[in-house]
Write a protein of this length. Structure first.
Length: 202
């Protein structure tokens, strides 16, 4: 028999036949990659305050799956744009993991985002983030020192030790999709292309 001991804004504490643990709707995260598999490959991180740690953390964009009927991928894509202003036109799953299965039911999905275009940043009211662009190799070298967030470490290592290549993914972006993205963000198509560093033929 499961009994609720505490009800919070984002999670509850339950007693499940003598086992106390946290229930949680789960979350979704995304590793945004610029210039993948090239010498200047970089990732997009966010630096934000995490009160339970007593300071700020460098993380990949992520958020709670608290929107009704939203899929893990949709959540990841939404958080990417809200926290960094980027739109990923190609998204692939890197799996999921349980944060701390001994005391929590929280599960976090992990994705990679490719074919990034930069629109405008839309922060949540309670979220203040600084966007940090960092070379992928540098980020990996900072694991355990400057990068101590579990989902970020898992995403970086999952990407580094992937068993597939970019050729396995269709990276082509139809121009109509780019124009649609620009329209959705309320900015000029040419400006979006320029920001993304793309040279597309009209």
């Amino acid at each position: 028999m499961k009994t609720t001991l505490f009800e919070g804004k984002r999670f509850n504490i339950v007693d499940d036949n003598g086992w106390n643990y946290m229930t949680h709707p789960g979350g979704s995260s995304i590793l945004p990659i610029l210039n993948p598999c090239k010498p200047d490959e970089s990732i997009v991180l966010v630096r934000q305050l995490r009160p339970p740690t007593g300071g700020e953390l460098l993380e990949i964009p992520a958020g709670t799956m608290d929107v009704e009927n939203e899929t893990p991928q949709q959540c990841a894509e939404r958080e990417l744009t809200e926290e960094t202003g980027y739109i990923a036109r190609t998204v692939r799953s890197l799996g999921y993991f349980y944060v701390s299965p001994g005391v929590s039911a929280e599960k976090i999905h992990v994705f990679i985002g490719l074919n990034l275009t930069l629109a405008s940043k839309k922060e949540d009211i309670d979220e203040r983030t600084e966007v940090v662009i960092m070379k992928t190799d540098e980020a990996i070298s900072k694991i355990g020192t400057d990068i101590i967030d579990a989902k970020t470490i898992i995403a970086l290592l999952r990407w580094k030790f992937r068993t597939w290549t970019l050729e396995d993914i269709d990276l082509a972006i139809p121009e109509t999709d780019i124009r649609k993205a620009a329209s959705e963000e309320g900015i000029n198509y040419d400006e979006l292309v320029q920001r993304a560093g793309k040279n597309l033929e009209k």
